[in-house]
Design a protein around this ligand. Structure first.
Ligand code: ZN
Length: 409
């Protein structure tokens, strides 16, 4: 942590404590002037999503209300949603970061940006739009769903860039192939966000659409998508360290781990006004990458998101991340990127069944299943029941895919 970052963090904390109730309460008894080093900073308590929920509706607001121009809300799939207030400067800063993302992906004002993430309370669509407009590109603000209309507009407008979740990009790619309209599609790049996705899925989307793909990262609590993106070298994602401070911790102990070690990403905002966050636990699994990127971009990198720390499941006493299953399948020739895991408890034993899609004919699947079983045993240390199914048999979704079904509880 350099001096400038520390100074920004202190200013941020001071503002948050003076102008808002959330950190005034949370950091009561903490003297900002005592934070002199990175070590001091690391002693500050974490902020978790549950804390933000308790502040519902506007408890996170850290500026006088006349400065707030908009709110966004994270999906309330598990109870009370989180409301994040934005000032005009926050909205601008977000667009600046998003424009940087597009520039890293090589977009120009001549691009036509087809935006399929949703608009409204959540941050996706409008974030993609503001960044593209700031760049000077032409926005085609589709929003999600209605595949017929998507493909029609994509052809008629000559969309050159597709912004989508990975599962929706895959669905569109498969439809384009099915309808034989690939030669009428002008897409060159895909900016794909919001979900963890495997290398195989990435390759399938890239091949079927014939485009270069970029992973974009973000979360509503921290502006929204656009705080990090992969570059042409596809080795992690650059993030904007003049706006955000990233740490990686051991999700169990809360201690910082060395660079390069897998753990939970924790983010501190450096300039956010409406709702600054200090040491916010994302529950996203990644690592800090070291060394310069061959693309020459001066911003530091994290690895692509390898999963959620809460996705960790314990089967037969072994901790498993879905990312490991994906990686394991990737290493067995003949398997496709789509998979699904069922965990059951029968006769006192855990049973993990891994369904995966393959293009191989029935008579070759027995050997393939044997190979998957053996590789899983070596790699993850667990005995599974492999089940090969045909391409397209596993469900696709426009929303975040659920791939692991734990039927034990
Ligand atoms: Zn790079």
């Amino acid at each position: 942590m350099n001096e400038q970052t520390l100074a920004l963090i202190k200013k941020n904390i001071r503002n948050a404590m003076e102008n808002g109730t959330f950190y005034a309460k949370r950091f009561a008894g903490i003297n900002v002037e005592d934070i002199q080093t990175e070590e001091d900073f690391r002693k500050l308590p974490f902020t978790d999503k549950g804390d933000l929920r308790e502040a519902y509706p506007l408890g996170l607001m850290a500026v006088p209300e006349e400065q707030v121009v908009r709110i966004h809300s994270s999906s309330g799939t598990t109870g009370t949603p989180v409301i994040i207030p934005y000032t005009a400067q926050d909205v601008t800063d977000w667009a600046i970061m998003f424009e940087r993302c597009y520039r890293v992906a090589g977009l120009t004002p001549l691009d036509r940006v087809h935006i399929t993430p949703g608009y409204g309370l959540w941050t996706a669509g409008i974030g993609f739009q503001n960044g593209a407009e700031r760049l000077g590109a032409m926005v085609i603000p589709m929003g999600p769903g209605n595949t017929d209309k998507q493909l029609r507009m994509m052809q008629d407008m000559g969309s050159t860039v597709l912004c989508a979740t990975s599962s929706y990009a895959l669905l569109l790619a498969e439809e384009i192939t099915k309808r034989g309209i690939k030669d009428k599609i002008k897409l060159k790049k895909g900016v794909i966000g919001s979900e963890r996705w495997g290398e195989k899925m990435r390759k399938r989307i890239a091949n079927e659409l014939g485009v270069q793909l970029y992973d974009i990262y973000g979360l509503t609590e921290i502006y929204g998508p656009g705080i990090a993106i992969s570059c042409d070298y596809e080795d992690g994602m650059h993030y904007w360290d003049d706006y955000l401070y990233f740490e990686v911790i051991d999700p169990k102990t809360g201690k910082n781990v060395p660079d390069g070690t897998l753990g939970e990403l924790v983010i501190t905002t450096l300039r956010k006004q409406g709702a600054p966050l200090i040491r916010y636990r994302t529950h996203d699994l990644t690592r800090i990458l070291t060394g310069p990127c061959p693309c020459g971009c001066p911003y530091p990198r994290i690895d692509s998101i390898l999963g959620r720390t809460d996705d960790m499941i314990k089967v037969k006493g072994v901790n498993i991340f879905p990312a490991q299953i994906e990686e394991m399948l990737r290493e067995v020739k003949g398997t496709s990127s789509e998979y699904q895991v069922m965990i059951d408890h029968l006769n006192g034993k855990d049973i993990m069944t891994v369904f995966f899609e393959t293009e191989l004919p029935q008579e070759q699947r027995k050997d393939l299943m044997g190979a998957v079983q053996a590789h899983c045993k070596t790699k993850i240390g667990i005995q599974i029941v492999p089940k090969a199914v045909s391409m397209g048999e596993l469900p696709r979704s426009e929303k975040k895919s659920t791939r692991i079904y734990d039927n034990r509880y």
